[in-house]
Design a protein around this ligand. Structure first.
Ligand SMILES: Nc1nc2c(ncn2[C@@H]2O[C@H](COP(=O)(O)OP(=O)(O)OP(=O)(O)O)[C@@H](O)[C@H]2O)c(=O)[nH]1
Ligand SMILES: [Mg+2]
Length: 299
């Protein structure tokens, strides 16, 4: 009998904001640890998703999507995390949207060292490409821009071609023992994941601007025998935003609370009593100290 080779390594997901990195990560590790939304700039800090298959372990690094044109400190810090995740990993999944390769993708691609090994181009959202014959010219054009080790079209949402991608990743991992215990799927604390679930519900229930101006902090997490009591604060930048988030007669906040509780109960596998407060932390997205004090690990 052949003995299985041990392999383990870090694989970062890099790409423009909104191309589907977090959706892909959740899909690869078959567990939702990274929040997603149809709005850009959803992921704010680096987080690990770990997949162990026998003696192989893939440690995925989800990163904030790269974006341009935003001048706030929070945006600059997010971009820094994105760029810094290109180096020091074993494989980079450079994720693009076939319908939206733009200057920003090109800028990001230019940051990848020309001779870097194991850069896999992942063309996500192929389900959106109506004429499949358009995909080939896209692949040809983009392949001329960089010497990718592999080009893999997938759909993270529709779960197309994911096993092919996984196989290519594993074959590129260095030999070595597991980096994390085999049953660990993430490096995130429970409190962080709770805050993120609530933030996801906020993002989908407010207009286009507010998602970037709010953040969620789990203030208290008390687990009892049959229930978990959670208190969380939603921070915004000014009073007018507080009003929008609470909504008429508190309706908006109530709907955020109900949706969050449903997901939290599934995630924690227990009944949840959730209490939400909206608070103002003036101009926090432009203040390094505030960003730090609100628990974002990107400063
Ligand atoms: N049609 C389609 N939509 C997808 C696919 N993958 C992701 N999406 C959608 O694209 C949007 C963005 O997905 P995310 O996973 O949040 O993207 P992201 O790259 O992590 O975004 P940031 O964290 O902002 O950088 C969501 O609405 C997803 O449902 C796909 O394969 N096909
Ligand atoms: Mg993301």
């Amino acid at each position: 009998m052949m003995t299985e080779v041990s392999r383990a390594g870090l694989v970062s997901l890099i790409g423009k904001t909104n191309v589907g990195k977090s959706t892909l990560l959740n899909n690869l590790i078959e567990s939702k640890i990274s929040i997603t939304s149809r709005k850009p700039q959803t992921t704010r800090q680096r987080l690990l998703g770990i997949k162990t298959i026998g003696k192989k372990q893939i440690v995925f690094v989800d990163t904030p999507g790269f974006h341009k044109g935003q001048k706030r400190k929070l945006n600059k810090l997010m971009n820094k995390v994105s760029l810094s995740s290109i180096d020091g990993v074993d494989v980079v999944l450079f994720v693009v949207d076939p319908l939206g390769f733009s200057e920003v993708d090109q800028y990001l691609l230019n940051q990848v060292p020309k001779d870097a090994p194991n850069i896999i181009l992942v063309i996500n959202k192929i389900d959106k490409v109506k004429r499949k014959s358009n995909l080939m010219p896209f692949i040809e054009t983009i392949s001329k821009k960089f010497n990718f080790s592999e080009v893999i079209p997938i759909s993270a949402l529709k779960k197309q071609n994911i096993p092919v991608l996984e196989k290519e990743i594993i074959s590129r991992l260095p030999r070595g023992e597991h980096l994390f215990p085999g049953d660990q799927i993430s490096d995130c604390s429970e409190r962080f994941l709770v805050s993120e679930i609530i933030r996801e519900k906020c993002i989908s229930r407010v207009g286009d601007e507010l998602p970037y101006r709010l953040t969620v902090v789990t203030e208290s997490f008390k687990e009892e025998k049959s229930i978990v009591n959670i208190d969380a604060n939603i921070f915004v930048e000014k009073n007018s935003q507080k009003g929008i988030l609470i909504g008429q007669q508190g309706k908006k906040l109530k709907s955020i609370g109900i949706a969050s509780r449903i997901d939290l109960e599934t995630f924690l596998n227990k009944k949840v009593m959730l209490r939400l407060w909206v608070k103002v932390k003036k101009d926090w997205t432009n203040d390094n100290n505030a960003i730090h004090s609100l628990g974002l690990k990107i400063v």
